[in-house]
Write a protein that binds this ligand. Structure first.
Ligand SMILES: NC(=O)c1ccc[n+]([C@@H]2O[C@H](COP(=O)([O-])OP(=O)(O)OC[C@H]3O[C@@H](n4cnc5c(N)ncnc54)[C@H](OP(=O)(O)O)[C@@H]3O)[C@@H](O)[C@H]2O)c1
Length: 250
């Protein structure tokens, strides 16, 4: 049985849940993590009751000790990890302009989305190498691209989704821009170990109450492109940025 780790699985409505469920249905043992262990455990029990093989650990991306402890715990039971989906992320106040933004708050978002993701990848790396076919998916966003037509840095706000203009998502976008850069660098460094690393934007997805009214699509649609990148064959793409399996501009 292949093994996957999915971070940021704390609720049933988030993408993390759907990713874990989809990989579980493809016969992966899926380790799910949340910053509150009880939340991941509750979800693991629920997915186990559907016949899927799921276990839970605690990872807080803002607590590097928790990441190292989780890696050591997983390594004892599952020294081989085939897939790492870096799904967990934080978006705080999306309405602040660049002038207004509280930079201490920005640092927390950056530490979560970039440093935390980087740290998880470092700590679990040797288990991915042991797979011989490791796959890493960094769940990113079109908000971190330059030219994505809806959310890209040069188009949003002011593009198609006018209703969202009061939420420029500036700090979040900057963290995802950095995550995209990190994805490229990792893809080069990890190639020799036959690990494919890609960034995937799930698309605007209804994981928050009311977001469907603004055009967000169902989780069931968005999850497919993430699972595709997590299960690529050895000759699949490396160091790319995708949505629904199709390349996105950086
Ligand atoms: N939904 C969209 O429209 C959309 C669009 C583009 C990209 N994305 C990306 O898709 C991924 C999943 O997003 P989502 O919409 O499913 O959002 P979500 O439900 O808010 O999921 C984010 C997860 O990250 C976790 N998290 C936050 N800070 C953490 C920390 N310090 N340590 C560990 N976990 C932490 C959250 O846990 P808590 O519950 O404890 O906060 C939650 O489980 C994210 O990377 C997001 O940026 C989403």
């Amino acid at each position: 049985m292949k093994t996957a780790l999915v971070t940021g699985v704390s609720t049933k409505v988030g993408l993390g849940y759907a990713i874990a469920e989809a990989l579980g249905k493809q016969d992966y043992h899926v380790i799910i993590s949340a910053r509150k262990l009880e939340q991941a455990e509750t979800i693991a029990r629920e997915l186990n009751s559907q016949g899927l093989s799921i276990s839970a650990i605690r990872i807080d991306l803002l607590d590097r000790k928790s990441i190292a402890e989780a890696a050591s715990q997983v390594n004892k039971k599952h020294p081989v990890l085939d897939v790492l989906v870096n799904n967990a992320a934080l978006m705080l106040d999306g309405s602040a302009t660049t002038l207004e933004k509280d930079l201490d708050e920005f640092n927390i978002e950056f530490q979560t989305n970039v440093t935390g993701t980087w740290s998880v990848t470092q700590e679990f790396y040797k288990m991915l190498v042991a797979s011989g076919h490791g796959r890493i998916v960094n769940v990113s966003s079109g908000a971190g691209s330059f030219t994505d037509p809806d959310f890209g840095l040069v188009h949003f706000p002011g593009a198609a989704l006018k209703l969202l203009d009061p939420y420029p998502l500036t700090p979040y976008a900057i963290t995802k821009l950095a995550l995209n850069g990190l994805t490229i660098k990792m893809s080069k460094d990890f190639k020799a170990d036959n690990i494919l690393v890609n960034a995937v934007c799930p698309g605007f997805t209804a994981t928050r109450a009311g977001s469907a009214d603004f055009g967000a699509r169902p989780v069931s649609e968005s999850v497919k492109g993430i699972v595709w990148a997590a299960t690529l064959p050895d000759d699949g793409p490396n160091g790319g940025f995708f949505r629904d399996g199709a390349p996105l501009p950086w």
